[in-house]
Ligand binder design. Structure first.
Ligand SMILES: NC(=O)c1ccc[n+]([C@@H]2O[C@H](COP(=O)([O-])OP(=O)(O)OC[C@H]3O[C@@H](n4cnc5c(N)ncnc54)[C@H](O)[C@@H]3O)[C@@H](O)[C@H]2O)c1
Length: 284
């Protein structure tokens, strides 16, 4: 069955829906006839997106939500179930980046990133899984990690660590649903390059030419060779609908990274800089 056959008429809750991959996913979901609940900390973006979706004949509910706030996630679930009575798909997509050496990132920035990228995913799953299980209907939960969950990258430690954590949590959640024989499909989404604002918005706590050059390089890389958010949204929703655990925007890159990771672990090799990381660091 394709994504429209599975999801038409059902409700998707998407966090970080105001920009990038979340926005692409929301547009694709609405286009196949899903009701979309748009959660983001930036209210005007989701308000505008909801107006656009409704103008095109869809149904959208914007809910201002900071995923780092558990009470806000509870309110999001209340709003979604209050308006649509069910949720068939939860995508925990909201996430941020940081740039800088681990010791130069402030405690507040470390905590903020982990709160959004890790706690937001865990509590989103915890709150919505209970509703989904109670309903007894088939449901889908997709957690957006990153291709970074299979690798390592200096000067992006909080982000890389958070994405490894999201993948690990999602693997355990998948097994828990299997153990309970629950009708909930769990997917780990590992996007590679998608042209979004993630590096423009990445907080940095130490201004330096190196940090700004790195921001520009990372931003240029995803802008110039990344998929559009709509292309990513299509690929991701197709993958989720297929029931796959591993969902990718760039399957060849994902397979390559997985092989490299598996060789690294099998050999108990030391962490090694990728060429790209070395070039960045030499530029300091
Ligand atoms: N763009 C890529 O190449 C890429 C690659 C791998 C993984 N990802 C992952 O995809 C996800 C989406 O990123 P994107 O690239 O679309 O970035 P983006 O910056 O374009 O969009 C992220 C959205 O999340 C929102 N957000 C930030 N903090 C939030 C909070 N506390 N609560 C709710 N919403 C919040 C932002 O306002 C923004 O609208 C992230 O988890 C990111 O790590 C992106």
């Amino acid at each position: 069955m394709n994504k429209a056959e599975i999801f038409k008429g059902r409700t998707a809750v998407i966090t970080g829906a105001g920009s990038g991959i979340g926005e692409g996913l929301a547009r694709v979901a609405a286009a196949i006839g899903m009701n979309v609940v748009l959660a983001d900390v930036v209210e005007d973006r989701i308000a505008r997106l909801a107006v656009g979706i409704e103008a095109a004949g869809g149904s959208a509910l914007p809910v201002a939500t900071d995923v780092g706030d558990v009470a806000a996630l509870e309110r999001l679930a209340d709003a979604a179930y209050g308006r649509y009575g069910e949720v068939g798909l939860l995508v925990n997509n909201a996430g941020i980046e940081t740039i800088g050496f681990s010791w130069e990132i402030s405690g507040d920035t470390w905590d903020r990133l982990l709160s959004i990228n890790v706690r937001g995913v865990v509590h989103g799953c915890r709150i919505f899984a209970r509703h989904m299980l109670e309903s007894g209907k088939p449901g889908y939960i997709a957690n957006v990690a990153s291709i970074g969950a299979l690798g390592m990258m200096p000067t992006q430690a909080p982000y890389m660590m958070s994405k490894h954590a999201v993948l690990s949590f999602t693997e355990c959640l998948y097994l828990e649903m299997q153990l309970k024989k629950a009708p909930i499909h769990v997917s780990a989404v590992l996007p590679a390059q998608v042209a979004t604002r993630i590096f423009e918005d990445a907080p940095t706590d130490r201004q330096s030419g190196f940090i700004e050059r790195q921001r520009e390089m990372m931003h240029a890389m995803i802008s110039q060779s990344g998929l559009t958010p709509m292309e990513a949204g299509e690929a991701i929703l197709d993958g989720i609908a297929s029931g796959a655990f591993w969902v990718s925007t760039h399957p060849e890159t994902t397979a390559q990274m997985a092989r490299a990771r598996s060789d690294y672990l099998a050999n108990l090799a030391n962490p090694a800089l990728a060429d790209q990381a070395e070039a960045l660091l030499l530029a300091e």
